[in-house]
Design a protein around this ligand. Structure first.
Ligand SMILES: Cc1cc2nc3c(=O)[nH]c(=O)nc-3n(C[C@H](O)[C@H](O)[C@H](O)COP(=O)(O)O)c2cc1C
Length: 478
């Protein structure tokens, strides 16, 4: 994009309309030249906040980042259209779009100047009917059949859905076109009542169908749309996740099928030269007031240029993944809790400033308390840094930890439930890092916002059996 084509106003600003790839308008914000350049450089949106009078990177703290797909300027060059892939929700109020549920003059004919798209009429009919059903739900009407259904509850509604489906089948088998339309009308109405019963809007079903049509590429965590606060897609996803990872019986895990477990650590190539880490106990034990430490802990994103000592790094690795005891069954007991003591993480370290070892990418070998060098500094940065989006703290960190799942170590024992456990485990690990680092005036900032694809590719992970779960940047406090 040629920035000289953009006309900034007298305050140096240009409005930027942000639109999701699927066409939905998400928000309007302002850019100045610097934020536009940063957006172009990083591939993520940066704006200029008129109230705070500074640049802001959308989603920096919330993780609701916007990956830029395309930026265009309008015919006058005084407005930008930024097409993005939105992670999470765009609006600070928690709705998917800043325009969700805020329609003006809904009942005024003068507002409806845009003719309806013919293909949206089905959605309109269903939405209108659904609104009536919802209205009955909140404002019951004497003698209303809809209220009769709600009063009798879910089983009654389900029975009717079943009956109407059966009647539609019969009409179809009878090749009776009029009857098919009539029965399917009944079926759709009862399906809408069922949706209302679950406080779901038809929009969720529309989106699901669009998603399938787009070959599943439509991203899942879209949040809420529609004209009223509603149960969003996100909650649906969470329900699905909780259900899929419920402790169900009848799906024997690999352990139950007597399949041998994977080793407690990804094996080290036999000819590898590893860096032995100093004993963590060599570091003088700092006396800290525990309560003070818990209260004072905070995420630190700016670090001094000072190097960490190898002993400090050793201590932090010990506190986050240190093996206290290797068990006869191949498992390990460590300094952090882990579901079933599975300890399914491999810790990778992107090192920039640690005394005694060159910058580069390393893997922590917890069993031998050593580091396995993987790539030199330049190579490692080139491969890894783009995966952290615009989070400069990684580039400026003395080292960045990445906890990566060797998923079979968990799933061998727990099957689908493991999807919960690896993420729960990661929280414990990172909290230990925060607390241990605090005792030595080392700052930490957790990192959950990263580009899975890029980081997994940089580390040679397939994204299923092994994948990055969580990270944290560290450095001496400035
Ligand atoms: C799961 C999780 C993910 C996080 N991801 C990021 C991140 O990607 N970038 C960042 O700057 N901070 C990240 N943080 C740090 C939070 O922004 C921070 O904990 C929060 O603002 C509260 O501040 P405090 O840690 O100083 O109490 C993350 C924290 C957690 C717990």
């Amino acid at each position: 994009m040629d920035i000289s084509m953009v006309k900034f106003d007298e305050k140096g600003l240009v409005p930027a309309i942000v639109q999701e790839e699927n066409g939905q308008v998400l928000m309007l914000a302002y850019m100045n030249e610097e934020s536009l350049k940063k957006t172009l450089e990083t591939g993520y949106t940066w704006f200029y906040s008129r109230s705070r009078q500074k640049l802001w990177n959308k989603g920096e703290t919330s993780g609701n980042v916007q990956k830029v797909k395309e930026i265009s300027y309008d015919c006058d060059g005084d407005t930008l259209l930024v097409r993005v892939h939105q992670s999470g929700v765009a609006c600070h109020t928690g709705t998917y779009s800043c325009f969700s549920g805020r329609r003006l003059g809904e009942n005024e004919k003068s507002v409806a100047v845009v003719p309806e798209e013919p293909q949206s009429s089905l959605a309109n009919v269903l939405n209108d009917l659904y609104e009536v059903i919802r209205d009955r739900q909140v404002n019951p009407v004497e003698g209303s059949y809809t209220n009769y259904l709600f009063q009798h509850g879910q089983d009654k509604i389900l029975k009717k859905v079943g009956e109407e489906a059966a009647e539609t089948i019969i009409a179809s088998k009878n090749m009776d076109r009029k009857e098919i339309a009539y029965e399917m009308g009944d079926l759709w109405y009862h399906c809408l009542v069922l949706l209302a019963f679950h406080n779901l809007s038809p929009e969720i079903v529309f989106r699901e169908l669009r998603n399938r049509r787009n070959g599943g590429s439509y991203h899942k965590f879209e949040g809420k749309t529609g004209n009223r606060p509603e149960m969003g897609y996100m909650e649906e996803e969470i329900k699905r996740f909780l259900n899929a990872t419920d402790m169900k019986e009848g799906h024997p895990t690999e352990a139950e099928r007597q399949i041998p477990p994977p080793p407690p650590e990804v094996p080290v190539p036999p000819d590898a030269r590893v860096v032995r880490l100093p004993e963590p106990g060599l570091l003088p034990d700092k006396e800290v007031n525990f309560l003070e430490m818990v209260e004072m802990r905070a995420s630190i994103r700016e670090y001094s240029d000072k190097e960490l000592t190898l002993q400090e790094l050793s201590f932090l690795l010990w506190c986050t993944q240190g093996v206290k005891m290797a068990l006869e069954n191949g498992g390990t007991m460590r300094t952090v809790p882990s579901a079933g003591a599975r300890h399914a993480f491999e810790t990778y370290l992107l090192v920039h400033r640690v005394e005694g070892i060159p910058a580069g990418l390393y893997r922590f070998l917890a069993l031998g308390h050593a580091l396995l060098p993987i790539a030199n500094g330049e190579e490692a940065d080139a491969a890894m840094i783009p995966g952290f989006k615009a989070q400069n703290m990684v580039k400026n960190s003395a080292a960045t930890f990445l906890w990566c799942a060797d998923y079979r170590r968990m799933s061998h024992r727990y099957g689908p439930r493991s999807a919960r456990y690896v993420f729960l485990d990661a929280g414990h690990v990172c909290q230990n890092l925060y607390l241990a680092a605090y005792t030595h005036q080392i700052g930490v900032c957790a990192i959950g916002a990263f580009d899975d694809e890029k980081l997994n590719a940089a580390l040679g992970f397939d994204g299923e059996n092994d994948f990055v779960v969580y990270g944290a940047a560290i450095g001496k406090m400035a």
